[in-house]
Design a protein around this ligand. Sequence first.
Ligand SMILES: [Zn+2]
Ligand SMILES: [Zn+2]
Length: 240
Amino acid sequence: MFLEVVREWLCPNKCIVCRSFIKENSEVGLCLHCEEALLERNLCPRCGKPYSVDSSVCSYCNEVPRGVTRILALFPYVDFYKESVLRWKYTGIRKYAKGYSVLMANLIQREHLDIDCLIPVPIARHRYFERGFNQAFDLAHEVSNDTSIPVLELLERAYDTKPQSACKKEERAKNIHKAIRVKEDTKQDLQIEGNVPINIALIDDIYTTGSTVAECIRALKQETSIQIQDIYVLTVCLAI
Ligand SMILES: [Zn+2]
Ligand SMILES: [Zn+2]
């Protein structure tokens, strides 16, 4: 008991989204308020964005990259959620990936997603050297621990680009084009196993225009012989 009090005092348990103190023993690290605000209701089943109020036809689905079956996100890319994902991205606090991962594992189970492997979206090499970690890879491995779905570290950056966040919407596709490739040393293994269609999930931190996801799909389709059936995109935050 005494130790618990000291631990609480030294490293108080804060919500990974709003940073308010949490008393309850949350596996995810979310306060009740933030847990209730998860992106779960009234969403388009394909692109994951909220439906407009009076329409049953989604006006955003035409922006989904070709080949993507569904996009699923935990939070909208606004307010506290945006700050939370950016804190994680720039500091690499371990408990964030663990918390997001539990939520993603729940999402996979609740939506009955049949996923054969998790493929993290690679970040630029110089940013990896700056930060010393790759948030999408860390998250993919945490999700793998929580779901037993294997991670395939298939993709890498072919060259460094301007950050997508620094590009205008119309520049993004051009900026990232051919910037992602399949790792040389994984190609051979894939060719051996490449006859059965598989379902994949691309794992990323933030989804905005979909240009990076489209580039990952281009690389997978053009540079491997794996047959891909369903492509899911699992992301922490979705720009809406
Ligand atoms: Zn909170
Ligand atoms: Zn939609």
